[in-house]
Design a protein around this ligand. Sequence first.
Ligand code: ADP
Length: 682
Amino acid sequence: MLIKKILLNLSLYIPDVALILFLTEEGVFVPEERSHFVVVLVYFLIKISLHNIVAFFCFIKPYSAVKDILLQFQRGRYSMADSAHVLKPSACFGDLFELLRSTGRYLDNLVGSQNDEIEKFRELYNNVILSANSYFVVLNARDEVIFANKSFSANFRYTDDEILGLRLEDIFYIIPGRFSDAIDNVKKRGQSAVLRKIKLISRRKISLIADIKISRVTVQGEKQYIIVMDDITSQWRKDYQISLISQISESLQRDEEVERILYAILTAVTSGSGLGFNRAMLFLYNEQKKILTGKMAVGPDSMEEAVQIWGSVQNEELNLLGGGPDAPPVLQTNGAFYKQVVTSNFAINGNTLFADVFNKRAPVHIYDAASDPRVDPETRKFMDVSEFVVVPLCSANKALGVVVADNKFNGAPIYEDHVELLSIFAVQASLSIDSYNSLSSVKERMEHIQAKQEAIVESEKMAAVGRIAAHIAHEIRNPLVTVGGYARRILQSVKKPQKTVEDIEKAASIILHESERLEKILSNVMDFSRPSPLIREYNNLNDVVKDTYYLLKNVLQERKITATLDLEQKLPLVKSDFNQLKQVVLNLLQNAMDATPAGGSVILKTGLTETHIYIRIKDSGTGISPEAMDKIFDPFFTSKITGVGLGLAVVKKIVNDHNGEIVISNNPEGGCQFSVELLRPS
Ligand code: ADP
């Protein structure tokens, strides 16, 4: 009964026990019966195996659920939101499943927050690289583009896909030597290279001036080359334009040749560093014919030529108005484009666009020549391009012509700032033409005056020649008459025995004297007209003075003039022509003697000042009147009856040749002083 009681109590908690109890007839299990016992045993055996089978099947689900979670973890997916399996906490491994799920959520949050950070950085990095103004290109070891940022592909007109796999040669027409050398160097040595002001033109006709940095990186064992280009075109152009405008203004002040300035302006308009137009042309107004006539043109005839020019002029720091290696190329006058422009005319009262711009003095920007009603058929045919700009050339008071520019070869759009700059250049060109016009009219007047002056000088010269001839004739005639007369006398004396030897001697000495006078006249004329070249040697001026003095000592005595030498003993030697300086002292001493009456005195003095060495000839003669003072150096000015008027002119010439000067002063006590002053040797 006790067992029965226990079983009944157990059956309250364990359903199986209740089930066994129900198996008996009375609803109560009676263990005394053996058969029942066997049944219960079999029941339990079956129950256990069934339970195991059921338990086995119940285990599969949580197993695969847990495995699934772990597999997801392995793949780095921690969120179980989309998990195919869900286990109740009460299920087998339910608690383990829950633990894994909460761990997953935690990891998911952790990774998610890190991913956010990474994503933020990635976005930042992408934005920097992709949208940076700088151009980024990455090349692989085979020189193929494996990455290019948006700026690069957009600027050079490629889609993101198109650019991949291209090489630099496929993108650019010309790769300057400096650039390709630098790439080679980076490849060989691995050191980064920085290049300044590299000019590039792309095959899609985009040009730029860039500062370039090239560096090498190794990604997963492969070498890659990062090229970063900073487009400095506009900055460079601005600097260049400013420098050009100042160059032009300066040259205007220097009165440079107008053609050169105009050419410089057109070159600036077309140069890559300037406005970068493909072609520029200048039409000037011809007042007589009332037409705008083609004056000059700068630009290539074809795209090939354009590229060639672009490539050949790598040095853009052109000194457009100067000479030397920086000078711009010479104006090409044999190209088809040049010829087309200089042989074209547009009547200013015709209905052409150029005439319109000229008359209205306002720039016109044509975007589409084919449909724009302002473009007349003649201009349309002449330009043969859809977009171009025409800018007037005006000086302060009148229109001078027009400048026309276009991008015929690369078809690049013309921006408003370029039109404005073109107008500034046009102002410069106008100023240049204007100043040239006023200069040429001044020149014309000057030439006229000069011609008149020359005529006056010529007639003066003729008059002077006449005077000289008359003077020389007069000078020569007297001594010649005298010589002739005394020569005749000698002849008669020889025939007449009463004539004495003394008479003959007297006549001969007069002839000699007169011949000497003739010689002097001739030598003065010769000295003046044909001065001999300087022979410079180191001379002591005291020797010059002494030599001359001894030459004239007798004459001085004859004329009863007291001559005194006052010589500075410590004179430095002076590089000079001894004979010519002797001529100077001789002429001055002769003049002093001529001006000084008997009983007078002449002092020959040498000396030094701080800067000069001097020879002074001071006389007690007549002095020089103020009127004569201005003329005494004029050739043929003389106050003497027998004077030639060339002595002082010769003196002046020789002293000038020695870089010296002559100082004349009248003495307060009478007479005058001539001081020849030469620079002291340093
Ligand atoms: P010339 O002696 O043949 O007249 P010069 O050229 O030597 O020619 O002199 C020009 C003139 O200068 C002289 O005629 C004279 O009037 C004036 N002159 C030159 N030296 C003196 C002087 N020492 N005193 C006064 N007058 C002088």
